[in-house]
Design a protein around this ligand. Structure first.
Ligand SMILES: [Zn+2]
Length: 193
């Protein structure tokens, strides 16, 4: 099953927000429930208990090699997904790396404004970026899927009157995740025998 290692990265000159690490944990817990409910897969996660103080000011992290050198490379182990919650703005405020091969280390980044929206609509953005790291592209078809262009207008755990606007995965996305993660685990268990 996929596992996320999350960190709170505060670039040089930025202010550490108290409570942010708690918000990150709550959001990842909601994302875990979302993927369990929708696709039956268990996305394990952990979050580093103290912030990582960046060596560089925020704008330097638009250069991906700075992120790689300070955060991604030291944290990579096995197939864990690295989740970076960034206290500041980047030219891309949120992104997740898409790979069809889970042997390659994956990561996602959540910066402003979404890091300030954790606990609400920001949670849907986090689930969307995790979806990319699990192998989901943007779909054609169900635009209301969290992977679609129309990000659902509700928080991840909200229950609306209209089921199609509730944050969800499309049928083919659910099937893809089950096939990729559940069956692969079963194969791995069989090969361990
Ligand atoms: Zn996307």
């Amino acid at each position: 099953m996929p596992a996320i290692k999350a960190v709170y990265l505060v670039p040089r000159g930025a202010v550490v927000r108290s409570g942010r690490i708690h918000e990150i944990a709550e959001t990842l817990s909601k994302c875990q429930s979302f993927f369990a409910r929708q696709a039956g897969i268990s996305v394990e996660w952990s979050v580093r208990r103290s912030p990582i103080r960046g060596e560089n000011p925020a704008s330097a992290y638009n250069q991906s090699h700075n992120l790689a050198a300070e955060v991604l490379d030291p944290l990579r182990s096995g197939s864990a997904i690295v989740g970076v919650f960034f206290e500041g703005s980047l030219s891309e405020p949120a992104y997740g790396t898409l790979s069809m091969d889970n042997l390659a280390p994956q990561h996602f980044v959540i910066a402003q404004p979404y890091i300030s929206m954790l606990g609400g609509r920001g949670d849907v953005v986090v689930a969307h970026e995790i979806g990319h790291t699990l192998g989901l592209p943007h779909p054609s078809g169900d635009g209301y899927s969290i992977m679609g262009g129309i990000i659902a207008s509700e928080a991840l755990d909200e229950q609306s009157l209209f089921p199609w606007t509730r944050p969800h995965l499309s049928r083919s996305e659910r099937r893809y995740l089950r096939n990729r993660w559940i069956i692969r685990d079963a194969e791995r268990a069989a090969s361990d025998l």
